[in-house]
Write a protein that binds this ligand. Structure first.
Ligand code: FAD
Length: 285
């Protein structure tokens, strides 16, 4: 049994995030990336969950398989919006039966067309409580250093985030481009009495358009200097990827100075950028 909460209690974790592929070629990339990155001996990996019905079964199958085949735990992301309570109980119980010890409990986004999501849950804290009821799982939750896009204001965001983290075992953040956002969030949480470890998420981008789109969706500010460097490489995929590695490496160096509890790298089903970041940091040599 490997609970991420216990790993964090022992020392800094290094983890990678994957997403469920949609095609046979995508599955090959996933398998290749997991095998190549296994050589870096991550503390754990996580696999995202397709909101709105897409790729949900794939997440389940991949988590169970990676958990069985690899020497590190695979944690499923799980969203509760749009699910019935019974569905979530079945899924969580099934994870437990298959030796999965961790879950990232998320609300998920409401449908983009503005329709009612249905289901029995609205907020991630409700899923945290359900996971506690169903079984002995270590439970992680999401944190937004630059404030969740649906939060009415910063103080409200931090109040709900602190309460959610108190109920969970650890947090994992949305990506950001300036370590100050992470540091400020941790200070604000501490001022509310919350000291649950929050692992920063770092994204080595591979596409300028993609990085800008995801930043806009998530309320993530791109500093002017980075915008300019992105402009310079936007038409060159390899130069873009190399810039993504450079930016992520610099960010991780700053985060390590802040004594973070772990580093969670968005591998995006590719090994190359992560391997280069490890090499640049002198890790696993
Ligand atoms: P919550 O914690 O419920 O917060 C959502 C909003 O509700 C916030 O504004 C919060 O302040 C507010 N709120 C919370 N509690 C209350 C309350 N009691 N009353 C009023 N307001 C309240 N999405 C996916 O679909 N699949 C994934 O795999 C996935 N992985 C993610 C991984 C990470 C690390 C992160 C940071 C996000 C991920 N997401 C994923 C996105 C996430 O599902 C969305 O951002 C979603 O909109 C919010 O999820 P949450 O768990 O933060 O929600």
């Amino acid at each position: 049994m490997t609970r991420i909460a216990d790993l964090l209690a022992k020392g800094r974790t290094w983890s990678f995030e994957f997403f469920p592929p949609k095609t046979p070629e995508g599955q090959q990339s996933f398998d290749r990336a997991v095998d190549e990155l296994a050589a870096l001996e991550p503390s754990f990996v996580s696999i995202t969950y397709g909101a709105g019905g897409s790729a949900r079964d794939t997440t389940y199958d991949l988590v169970v398989r990676v958990n069985e085949e690899q020497g590190f735990p695979a944690m499923p992301h799980l969203t509760c919006v749009g699910h019935s309570r019974d569905e979530l109980v079945d899924l969580l119980a099934s994870y437990r039966e298959h030796g999965v010890d961790n879950v990232l409990a998320l609300a998920g986004d409401p449908p983009k067309d503005g329709s009612e999501p249905g289901g029995d849950f609205v907020y991630a804290t409700e899923l945290v409580a359900l996971a506690r009821e169903v079984g002995d799982l270590a439970v992680g939750v999401a944190a937004f250093p630059e404030v969740h896009p649906r939060s009415p204001d910063r103080a409200t965001d931090r109040r709900f985030l602190a309460a959610k983290l108190e109920a969970a075992d650890f947090g994992m953040t949305q990506f950001f481009w300036d370590a100050t956002h992470y540091r400020t969030m941790v200070e604000e949480l501490a001022a509310l009495g919350c000291t649950t470890p929050v692992v920063p998420g770092v994204m080595p981008f591979v596409s300028v358009a993609g990085a800008r789109r995801m930043s806009a969706m998530n309320n993530t500010h791109i500093p002017d200097a980075l915008q300019e460097r992105m402009d310079e490489v936007a038409d060159d995929p390899e130069a873009t990827r190399r810039l993504g590695v450079e930016v992520a490496t610099g960010l991780i160096e700053e985060l390590l100075e802040l004594d973070v509890p772990g580093i969670h790298l968005y591998a995006m089903n590719r090994a190359e950028s992560i391997q280069e970041i490890y090499a640049a940091l002198g890790l696993h040599t």
